[in-house]
Ligand binder design. Structure first.
Ligand code: GLC
Length: 478
């Protein structure tokens, strides 16, 4: 199958969050299954143009109510996958990926979505399926499902739209929708009024098939709490909604070969892991005591990840003899709150308010446990990476966390789970963590189960491929 992926981020070219990891890995896994995959991204200034040296392939105008900005399409190769970058006036060349307002991002992503689709015709490479990721590409799924259905080139191309994070819906994009003359089809009426000008809403009603990144999140978004007003329309479309779990790139994330670790290890030789912990304690300025349980946070520091309720429980963890390392940036109030830990608990807590991909690897490879108290979590990649590195997740049972972590009390346990979103439930899980940690044999079991679980992309890629087949078959029947 010929598969065209559209996204706002793809590692290693442009990365803000987990979306980039998914769009960086899934194409490779699909290619391994024999598919012909191409990726299209906006050609932001944030991409290292010198390093990737893309070649100009084609250019064409995109008609709007105010003129016809030129789209230029550039091609580069990333690990054997052709990647196309779209540039043009609505996509600022400054070094950022997301702008601050929908007035910037609306036109930017609508222009990108349309140009990305139309580049396939300009390059005479017709995809069987367009796989559009998250709100930024919703206009592509919408155009294919409306005007594209009257276009001989695009008529029978199937579309799959993946929701990575529903609340980031890109609402208020009405001006851009008007300017780019996207048709106002009756299907919009299935959306609540506040979502009729949202790029996420367009994707949801426009695509042939919808997916989200875990089976549990696929169920949660059908309920008012998870659906945020979109649950009704999602219920209407639930026969075309699938939850497919993300994987991790196990070539890249491999504790047996990771060059950032002082000692490489695998599930059969967990004893070697201890050196990484000592090294991490030294690097973070903590007491180098191998018996002290070391808890980590590696995350964006935002409310949705639950760190606004975690501080009291982490204080208690430290007061009970634990250590704590944090790596991440985010909400200034939370940054401020966590910065206090280092002052209050010298040599017991280390807080690094920055993004550091290499240090993150040493944390996964050295910390005993990682805390993931998410309010909601479409999938979450950190828990999978952590388990793969023998770092035990302490996680809230929601979304993809519920689908990937097995509680220590259940057969094949890999972590410690809690249900209620409050500081007491969270502390309860940390308290249980201390108890299990005090039983080394039991703890090693948790680590082993996590490390030997298959989190690779191959299984998910097969599920996507099967869904594409179905979408294509349904499209060519109509
Ligand atoms: C979003 C979600 C996260 C998911 C990622 C990749 O960032 O918040 O849960 O893992 O997308 O799908």
């Amino acid at each position: 199958m010929r598969i065209l992926m559209l996204a706002a981020e793809a590692a290693p070219l442009a990365k803000v969050g987990g979306l980039a990891d998914v769009v960086g890995s899934l194409p490779k896994a699909l290619q391994k299954l024999g598919h012909d995959v191409r990726v299209v991204l906006p050609g932001y200034g944030a991409i290292d143009w010198v390093r990737w040296a893309p070649e100009r392939r084609t250019a064409f105008p995109v008609y709007t109510t105010w003129g016809a900005p030129q789209a230029e399409v550039w091609e580069t190769d990333v690990d054997g996958i052709p990647h196309f970058l779209v540039t043009g006036a609505p996509i600022p060349m400054e070094r950022w990926i997301y702008g601050r307002t929908i007035d910037e991002d609306g036109p930017k992503f609508v222009f990108f979505s349309l140009a990305a689709l139309w580049s396939t015709e300009a390059l005479a490479w017709k995809p069987d399926v367009v796989h559009a990721h998250d709100s930024h590409t919703g206009a592509a799924a919408w155009w294919l499902g409306t005007d594209g259905r009257h276009n001989p080139f695009f008529r029978d191309i199937a579309s799959v739209f993946t929701i990575h994070n529903l609340p980031y819906a890109a609402q208020g994009a009405g001006k851009a929708l008007g300017e780019y003359k996207l048709s106002r089809d009756a299907r919009l009426l299935a959306l609540p009024e506040s979502y009729r000008d949202s790029l996420m809403g367009l994707g949801i009603v426009g695509a042939d098939w919808l997916t989200t990144v875990s089976p549990t999140y696929a169920r949660e978004i059908l309920e008012p709490e998870g659906g945020r007003g979109l649950d009704g329309v999602l219920r209407l479309r639930s026969d075309r909604l699938a939850g497919i779990l993300n994987g991790i790139d196990t070539d890249d994330w491999n504790p047996a070969t990771d060059k950032e670790l002082i000692a490489n290890f695998d599930a059969g030789g967990l004893a070697k892991r201890a050196r990484n912990k000592t090294e991490l304690q030294r690097e973070a300025g903590l007491e180098a005591d191998p018996r002290m349980p070391l808890l980590a946070v590696v995350s964006r520091l935002v409310k949705e990840k639950g760190y606004d309720i975690a501080a009291p429980a982490i204080r208690r963890w430290i007061e009970r003899g634990g250590q704590f390392v944090l790596l991440g940036t985010g909400d200034p109030t939370l940054e401020h709150e966590y910065a206090q830990f280092e002052l209050r608990y010298p040599h017991r807590a280390s807080v690094r308010l920055r993004f550091d991909a290499r240090y993150a690897r040493r944390v996964y490879g050295g910390a005993d446990a990682i805390l993931l108290p998410s309010r909601y979590e479409p999938c979450g990649l950190a828990q999978m990476i952590a388990m793969h590195y023998g770092c035990v997740p302490v996680a809230r049972r929601t979304g993809g966390l519920a689908d990937t972590v097995v509680d220590a009390g259940d057969p094949g346990g890999t972590g410690l789970m809690f249900d209620e979103f409050n500081p007491w439930a969270l502390w309860d899980a940390l308290d249980r963590t201390l108890k299990v940690y005090a039983q080394p044999a039991q703890w090693t079991e948790l680590q082993r189960h996590g490390m030997t679980h298959d989190f690779s992309w191959s299984r998910s890629a097969r599920e996507y491929a099967a869904l594409y087949e179905e979408a294509v078959a349904a499209r060519t029947r109509v």
